[in-house]
Design a binder for this molecule. Structure first.
Ligand code: IPD
Ligand code: CA
Ligand code: CA
Length: 421
């Protein structure tokens, strides 16, 4: 959802580098986020450095407990990263680099103990506060203004995290992407821990077209959770009886399990795909693969990301490329043409692959794992989020005939990295 660098000082040949990894919590409760206030009037996300031998998640639990007292942290996906570089902050001549990973979280319960602040944090009178991201942003901007004025009068009291947290709060107030990612992540745990049994499967119309109790369960969960975030949106889930139009207004286009046949076989290549659209155009895209713990996020005009790092399509030519394709299994009349095209591409490229999930195939194109993907017939929930991912990663998405794809009706899809342009 975001990846940026704040480089205060350039690296000097003479300095040695001290590199640290930090984890930070974007913890939502209702409309508010949990922040740590200081006596300077600013707000920072709770979190801090990962200690040797600690996992990122262990460090985040410890940091949130120490800084805020809350002990029951439920950690969701990593949605953003920030790289910072400062010279000589400890007066030792070292170059200090820090990579922060921001995780979306919630509280499992209100369980709380005493804060455990270090001396520096005690001096700053750090306190846990819930407030809306917009309130925290306004407050931090006001503090930055004040700090800037002090710079000109030579009275700077530096707050090292101020600019960083302003940038992160800006992203949070711009869209509900982080919150959608959290809901999708939690539903992804249902897929990951599912126990597959034969009686969970029902047949739908068409060849090899199935729905499981899990598809329905996840769709119901997502409907409830997503409509809470955007009550004015229409919900279009694959497993519903009738599908509302997305041509006007806001809509969620949802595939609760993309790759149902894989899921039934425990083939471990399935995902949840959610797009938020406005007037028939995807604005936000979320695809989560719980087996590999890969969270793909895209926002129109702001790039595509995997686990908080920006991704880009491949620049390899087809001759050095992998071609992914789908067989449109519910439309057997298209099989001959699909395999003829695949055979054609097989001769032009390194090899072909068939994963069983269109949304994951599109994400593979977005992050440069493969160069081209095609399928002769898909439904909007298969590609709404993945297509935005490819476009935001610098690739192109059209129908196989070269026309624009539409989110209101099924169509063919051809997605490519830079070679397709
Ligand atoms: C299917 C998968 C598959 C593609 C089919 C889709 P489902 O979705 O994306 O890769 O070939 O065309 O319908 O039914 O598993 O949600
Ligand atoms: Ca699907
Ligand atoms: Ca599905």
């Amino acid at each position: 959802m975001f990846e940026f660098s704040l480089i205060q000082d350039a690296y000097k040949e003479s300095s040695s580098i001290i590199a640290r990894k930090a984890v930070r919590a974007i913890l939502f409760r209702g409309q508010s986020v949990l922040m740590v206030s200081s006596r300077q009037g600013d707000y920072k996300f709770p979190g801090g450095g990962v200690e040797p031998g600690e996992s990122e998640r262990e460090a985040l639990k410890r940091e949130v407990r120490e800084e805020t007292g809350y002990t029951d942290l439920v950690i969701g996906p990593c949605v953003g990263t920030v790289f910072e570089q400062n010279d000589d902050i400890f007066g030792t001549g070292d170059c200090f680099q820090m990579q922060s990973y921001y995780y979306v979280c919630r509280l499992g319960s209100e369980a709380r103990e005493e804060q455990k602040l270090d001396d520096y944090e005690c001096d700053l009178e750090m306190q846990a506060v819930f407030l809306t991201p917009a309130e925290a942003l306004a407050q931090n901007r006001a503090v930055l203004e004040r700090e800037r004025r002090h710079i000109t009068t030579g009275m700077l009291t530096s707050i090292p995290w101020l600019e960083r947290e302003i940038r992160v709060l800006e992203r949070l107030t711009e869209s509900p992407l982080a919150r959608i990612a959290f809901e999708v992540y939690e539903c992804g745990q249902i897929i990951k821990h599912a126990v597959c049994r034969e009686d969970m499967v029902d047949e739908k119309s068409g060849h090899a077209n199935f729905v499981t109790t899990y598809d329905r369960k996840i769709q119901n969960e997502l409907r409830e959770r997503l409509l809470q975030l955007a009550p004015d949106a229409v919900f279009v889930g694959e497993e519903e009886e009738a599908h509302a139009s997305v041509a006007t207004g806001k809509a969620f286009i949802v595939d609760p399990i993309d790759g149902t046949t894989n899921f039934m076989k425990d083939y471990r290549a399935s995902c949840i795909s959610v797009a938020m659209t406005q007037d028939g155009k995807a604005e936000l895209g979320v695809v989560y693969n719980p087996y590999l713990d890969e969270m793909f996020l895209a926002k129109r005009g702001c790039g595509a990301y995997r686990n908080g790092k920006q991704i880009f399509v491949s620049r390899q030519p087809l001759a050095n490329g992998l071609v992914l394709f789908g067989t449109s299994p519910y439309h057997t009349d298209l099989a001959k043409k699909s395999f003829a095209m695949a055979s054609d591409y097989f001769e032009k490229a390194l090899d072909v692959r068939r994963s069983g999930s269109a949304a994951l195939d599109l994400c593979s194109i977005a992050c440069g794992r493969a160069e081209l993907y095609f399928e002769l017939r898909l439904s909007p929930w298969d590609y709404a989020a993945g297509a935005l991912m490819v476009e935001e990663a610098g690739g192109s998405v059209t129908t196989v005939e070269g026309d624009d794809i539409t989110l209101n009706a099924p169509c063919s899809v051809l997605a490519a990295g830079t070679l397709g342009r």
